[in-house]
Write a protein that binds this ligand. Sequence first.
Ligand code: DQA
Length: 146
Amino acid sequence: TRLLVLNGPNLNLLGKREPGIYGQGTLKDAVDLVKETAEEHEAEADAYQSNHEGDLVDAIQQAEGKYDGIIFNPAAYTHTSIALRDAISAVDVPVVEVHISNVHQRESFRQHSMLAPVCKGQVVGLGLIGYRLAALALLESFEGRR
Ligand code: DQA
């Protein structure tokens, strides 16, 4: 079993980016949480981050046949990207959407996700642990649990 942790724009700056909203944890911390969760289930995880929408589209397309599930924080593209939504719809790989912050407590433009309707589910507002919870949901679903 192989998971892909995919992160969108500005998430490379986690740890120093608006720590009052996103906390002190780094992108590596988020990725490590998924890798540890995968290991606990005898699975593996790879990680990719890009600030470029098309690169994220490519990563989703290339996940087909290679990954069993994607943990995806699309960052600002969540709220705008028809291209990412179409990419998720085009592949037969379950995607769990993750947001570190509680987008529902923030600006109104963050409260709509273009991607949520084509994702398996969402984890929102729980900080970096959301990456672990998303991984756990995917891994347990593969094992036939709820
Ligand atoms: C985010 C929320 C988005 O609205 C924002 O653009 C981000 C991060 C989050 O993880 O809370 O870059 O996806």
